[in-house]
Design a protein around this ligand. Structure first.
Ligand code: HEM
Ligand SMILES: *[C@@H]1O[C@H](CO)[C@@H](O)[C@H](O)[C@H]1NC(C)=O
Length: 198
């Protein structure tokens, strides 16, 4: 008990803060530190550049692989967006904001498997971004009940993504892709044709 009160007195003396305030601030600093450090890939995780022998073999980088061009997907549904969550290394990592799909593959440290924002990938995440929420039930495109400031937050995110990432498509409600609409139209015409032939 003596040690406890001594420590508390020292904390109050040195920091001018109540012990509760001191430990709350300390805990918050630890949380922020851990969150931020988790966002960065440690240097060892980067592939080391290949060791190339230069003897009699001066290489120019003209055979270097160009950065993969983002694949344009056009109009797809939320179900079709799901697999683009980083689990398949041959697929780009995508996420949608206000129905627009962005290729975020260039930021694997944010969105790759196991990274802090991986839960948003392969999904429409407007609501989560507006509310600054990581809750699974908020990771969707439902903007119902959001107030003006939340919509402004969402708009800021949208601008950030428009600037930083290539847009590769847009979401359409299930069963209403353009192709389906087109097919339906053909089917309608076909049905009309059959009626007239009778
Ligand atoms: C403890 C709270 C948080 C801290 C300390 C934090 C910190 C950061 C930092 C340092 C970055 C990198 C910024 C950059 O280099 O451009 C970042 C990016 C990001 N944060 Fe947070 N963040 C926090 C909470 C959140 C929340 C609540 C959300 C949304 C629900 C969020 C969504 C994002 C997203 C989507 C990115 C990546 C943006 C991009 O692709 O460039 N963060 N965060
Ligand atoms: C990513 O998507 C695939 C295919 O839709 C699914 O099997 C897998 O569980 C998802 N992974 C995560 C981490 O959500």
């Amino acid at each position: 008990m003596g040690i406890y009160t001594t420590v508390m007195d020292e904390v109050a003396l040195y920091t001018g803060l109540s012990p509760t305030a001191f430990f709350t601030i300390l805990a918050m600093m630890v949380v922020v530190y851990r969150t931020v450090t988790n966002m960065f890939v440690s240097p060892e995780d980067y592939n080391k550049p290949p060791v190339v022998s230069t003897r009699g073999n001066i290489r120019f980088d003209d055979d270097a692989k160009p950065a993969a061009e983002p694949v344009q997907l056009g109009e797809i549904t939320e179900e079709e967006l799901r697999p683009y969550n980083g689990s398949d290394p041959s697929k780009p990592i995508l996420m949608a904001i206000k129905g627009q799909i962005y290729d975020v593959s260039s930021a694997r440290n944010f969105y790759g498997p196991g990274s802090p924002y991986a839960m948003f990938t392969g999904k429409e995440c407007s609501r989560a971004l507006a509310l600054l929420s990581f809750k699974p039930q908020d990771i969707n495109g439902n903007l119902e009940g959001l107030d003006e400031s939340e919509l402004a937050v969402l708009e800021d995110w949208e601008y950030k993504f428009m600037e930083k990432y290539p847009k590769v498509g847009q979401l359409v409600p299930s069963q209403r892709t353009q192709q389906n609409e087109h097919k339906e139209q053909i089917q309608d015409n076909f049905d009309v044709g059959k009626e007239e032939a009778k």
